[in-house]
Design a binder for this molecule. Sequence first.
Ligand code: PMP
Length: 427
Amino acid sequence: MLYQRSSALFDEAQKYIPGGVNSPVRAFKSVGGVPVFMKSAKGAYMTDADDKVYIDYINSWGPAILGHTHPEVLAAIQKQAEKGFSFGTPTELETEIAKLIVENVPNIDQIRMVSSGTEACMSAIRLARGYTGRDKIIKFEGCYHGHSDSFLIKAGSGAATFGNPNSPGVTAGTAKDTLLARYNDFEQVEDLFRLNQGEIAAVIIEPVAGNMGCVLPENNFLQKLRTICDENKTLLIFDEVMTGFRLAFGGAQEIFNVKADLVTYGKVIGGGMPVGAFAGRNEIMDALAPKGAVYQAGTLSGNPLAMRAGLTTLELIKNDPDFYPRINKAAETLDFEIGKILNSKNIPHRINRKGSMMSVFFHVNSVSNFDEAAMANHSLFNNFFHQLLANGIYLPPSGYETWFISNAIQEKEIDKTLEVIRKFEYS
Ligand code: PMP
């Protein structure tokens, strides 16, 4: 029987861990069925507790851009572990990775390391508020910036998947400072600025959204946000937790040629270890403790194992001039060929893709905001997901998530994936 051991492990896990998982999307609640428990991963593949092997299109939700357990990253972590894995003091390694990033990413002078994307976004907002002396922020429906209180208002990712985008436990006082606009709807942003003049500290956005499925900015949306933020002395925050070092080394700032005032990172920057970061110009970053008054700290921030994994990953990417063309090409092939197959089966769909981030919406119309993503046929997605899973293709378990293509996904894996999709039965 498929997933037999995973099923037993899930039963056991539910006794001790809320819902049996340490992060909600893992529970397969929206697609149904038993979450697959993995025991190892290498390159493009993951192996589950029943020894079934999958081609992985989640890649730890983005970090494993080189594929899993890359030999050079593994060796670097092992070597570092022998020297110690947490000092709680500054290390040379932290400056090394900060320098590499600051010198190669547009428009940032300083970077502060934290341990998750949530921390990065939460801290960036606090800094923006402290720097501007204002309280309100604008976020977009369907964007996810981690689970800190200010962001759990019409949030994407698991919050959208499970129908609780506005979480209980977030106080009305906090919620009132988070203003909402529709992604790609600049008029709504203008209205919010008009109604809250002089009060908006920051606009935070996923420059390519990945948490309502993959949704791209349209009609110079990012450029327009830049302009209105400048006009109102509001900080523009790009949440590049997904897009950073994935769309390009310089992330969405480089691809769209729009400068953000603060940028948050996570995922790829830690090479699979728990890392997040936020960065910006000197005048803003200098407001942070210990130099400035805005407080932020972390016992394990800049952890040497995490820094070593991140640094090695970033160096491998940076020293390979074909890296981005290669993963983008693999994603482009998947995009094109999956589209052809679904067309031949007369299945209405839209594939949204930027570089190596993509998702398939079973929807007749284009998807450029959360409402449109919600209109897609999610039960058909669930069916698609399960047929692929049973045949060894591991997609994100929700139509509100993005597929992440890794460098380990090559012709062989693409061919196998397409072969499985050709057999997809639409009922
Ligand atoms: N921002 C974005 C764009 C994300 O996709 C995520 C996580 N998927 C986060 C922030 C939060 O990161 P973490 O889960 O590491 O806290």
